[in-house]
Ligand binder design. Sequence first.
Ligand code: PML
Ligand code: MG
Ligand code: MG
Ligand code: MG
Length: 258
Amino acid sequence: MEEAKYYSVRMRASQNIADQSESKHISGGELISTYSNIKESVNILLEKALTHSRGNADFMQIQFEAIQEPVEYIKPLEVRTNEVASMEAGQVLAKSLLEKAGIPKKTIDKVYENLSQYLEPAGAVLVDVQSGERVDDRKNKGIRVSRIDWLPYHFERWSDFYHIKGNQRLREALALATKVSSHPAAAAELCWSDDPDYVTGYVASKREGYQRITKLKEYGDERGGRIFFVHCSEELDSYIYYLEKKPVFIQWEGSREE
Ligand code: PML
Ligand code: MG
Ligand code: MG
Ligand code: MG
C-alpha cells in the first residue's frame, strides 16, 4: 500500500511586532493534515489564535509543508488527574512526581531557582537531568515541538472510553507529552500553560505517565512553559531534531492495549 502524503500545518501568533525584542507570544499550534484537509486544518489554527485569552494578535503566520520523513505511530501515555486545592499544593506534588520519575532533588531545586527565566520562552527549555543546567541554545525562543497529531478520531475514541472531557488543550498537550517522552533522551517534562485562564498543568514521563495537576498557578497569571529534563549522555542534537521534525501520530486502538 502506498504511504499517504502528509503535511505539517503550523501557526504562530504574536503581538507588538514593531519591536521584535518586545513581541509577546499569543498562540502556537501544530497539526498533521492530508492535502484534502488543509483548509480545515488552517481554519482550526486560525480559530485557535483569533479567540485567545492572551490577547488579540497583530501578527499571525500559518504555513504548511509536505512531510518527507516516514511517520511514527505511538500510543498515548497513561493519564491520571490529581486534584489539588491550591497552587502551592500543586507545586509540591509536581516536585514529588518529578522525583518519582527519577529526577534528582538537587536538579529540581536548581530548575525552580531559575523558573521565571525558563517560563519566558514560548517554546520548551531543555535541562540536563544530572547538572540541572539548561542545555539548549534557543535562548528566548525555546524549542517548539512540531509534527505531531492524533490519527483521525483516535482522540475522540480515547476520551469517550475513559470518560474524560476531551478538550482541545488536553488533546494537544497529551500528544506532545507522549512524543517528548518516547525518546531515549527524555527523562520527564514539567508543564503549565501560559494562558491566564488555564491553571491545570502536568508532569509527564514514560515511567509515571501523564500526571495532570489541576492547579499549578493562579488564574490571571500569564507565565507558563515547558521544561524537558533530558539525559545528556544521549545525542542532544538528534533529540532536538526528533522533537522538531519527526512526524508522529498518536494511535489508540482501544482497551485491549491497556
Ligand atoms: C497549554 O495548552 O498551554 C498547556 C496545557 C497543559 C495541560 C493540559 C491538560 O492536561 O489539561
Ligand atoms: Mg501552546
Ligand atoms: Mg499558550
Ligand atoms: Mg513560556
